[in-house]
Design a protein around this ligand. Structure first.
Ligand code: SF4
Length: 365
């Protein structure tokens, strides 16, 4: 897999090698105040200049705390919400600049699976109809029989039986409904699927089954995923690369093993330090990085490095100069002025969360 993080926009011709290229994506939502007369009161800066590429057959995990902008990124990539600015190039076409009907055609090969499979399945339609419907919308098969044959094949592909085509969503468990939602997305032969927290509503044992299914489908069909999740353990199992997002920005992107073995960004270090380790001896010795305070509001994000009010390593420069996502080598990109110094010092925070909460002034942060 290529390193795929760039700070400079590519032309369409240069994007040809990537299945999906997201370039400087921005999504801001207006904030209004007033009960009778609505007045503009600012912007929620949900996604702010996010760029990444995904290759055919690859999974990019997108992780971060709730409200960091990862779902908005997925929606903007799918054009479910029009981006404020930036480009999305898919299979060589800049879909952000296409007209609506052209966009619909181009989007056939981009599909989405949601966290709540029940909410995305029409309860009045049989499973067979649910899977057949997108084939009809996109006029994929000549005859009804061809469509029905394909529905049955897809049901088997996702681990359900052909006979279940006549049943209704409420007759299935949560994991089975997620299989049905996956089958519906496969009906139009996509090359790319945005999976938005697809297992977070499921029991742990069922989560593993759905992850295995998605991996199996990737091997058989060569489909690529943008896999959005807040659980770093889940993301590791399915992702080739992982992008970490904080308050509308990507702060670190690298291949999956490297992220877990050598995290460079202080936010990634903190997230990983909160993931329990199975070995009790290792777990007892581990240094937890507790971040002070809550994630700030995206309406008025902190200056320069948005992580600086919570970062144990923050210095004066972090408040005035934004760190750009830059390659450190081997496709590992990080947005931090001091990643090298932090790594050289062993990654132990110079101040505790309690000290940081008492105020960063003393340390100039
Ligand atoms: Fe922390 Fe500064 Fe790096 Fe931001 S740039 S993550 S505040 S050390």
């Amino acid at each position: 897999m290529s390193a795929s993080v760039r700070s400079v926009p590519e032309t369409d011709a240069q994007s040809n090698g990537h299945l999906l290229s997201v370039k400087h994506l921005v999504k801001h939502f207006p904030v209004t105040r007033g009960a009778l007369i609505r007045r503009h009161a600012g912007w929620v800066r949900a996604v702010d200049d996010v760029s990444f590429n995904i290759e055919a057959g690859e999974t990019l995990g997108l992780v971060g705390e709730s409200g960091c902008g990862k779902t908005t990124t997925g929606n903007a990539v799918m054009q479910l919400e029009a981006p404020t600015s930036g480009e999305v190039v898919f299979e060589g076409k800049t879909i952000t600049s296409l007209k609506r009907d052209e966009q619909r055609r181009a989007r056939r090969r981009m599909q989405m699976i949601f966290q709540d499979p029940y909410g995305s399945l029409n309860p009045r339609m049989s499973v067979g109809k649910i899977i057949e419907e997108p084939m009809m919308v996109h006029k994929l098969y000549e005859s009804r029989q061809d469509r029905r044959d394909r529905v049955q094949e897809i049901l088997e592909l996702v681990g359900l039986s052909r006979t279940q085509a006549s049943r209704y969503p409420h007759e299935f468990s949560g994991g089975q409904r997620q299989r049905i939602a996956t089958a519906r997305s496969l009906a139009v032969e996509p090359s790319f699927i945005v999976c938005d927290e697809p297992v977070s509503a499921l029991d742990v044992s069922i989560q593993a089954q759905i992850i295995n299914l998605l991996q199996d489908l990737q091997q058989r069909l060569g489909v690529a995923y943008l896999f959005i999740a807040h659980d770093l353990k889940v993301v590791r199992h399915i992702s080739h690369r992982v992008a970490v997002m904080y308050l509308g920005k990507l702060v670190e992107v690298t291949n999956s093993d490297t992220l877990y073995e050598r995290p460079l960004h202080p936010y990634t270090r903190a997230l990983l330090s909160a993931v329990p380790v199975a070995d009790p001896v290792v777990e007892a010795k581990r240094e937890r990085i507790i971040l002070p305070g809550d994630v700030p509001s995206p309406v008025n994000p902190p200056s320069a490095c948005r992580f600086h009010p919570r970062c144990p390593w923050a210095q004066e420069r972090c408040k005035t100069e934004e760190p750009l996502l830059a390659e450190t080598g081997d496709g590992h990109a990080v947005a931090c002025h001091f990643w090298r110094e932090i790594e050289d010092s062993g990654g132990v925070p110079p101040v505790s969360a309690a000290e940081a909460l008492r105020g960063g002034e003393a340390r100039g942060g």
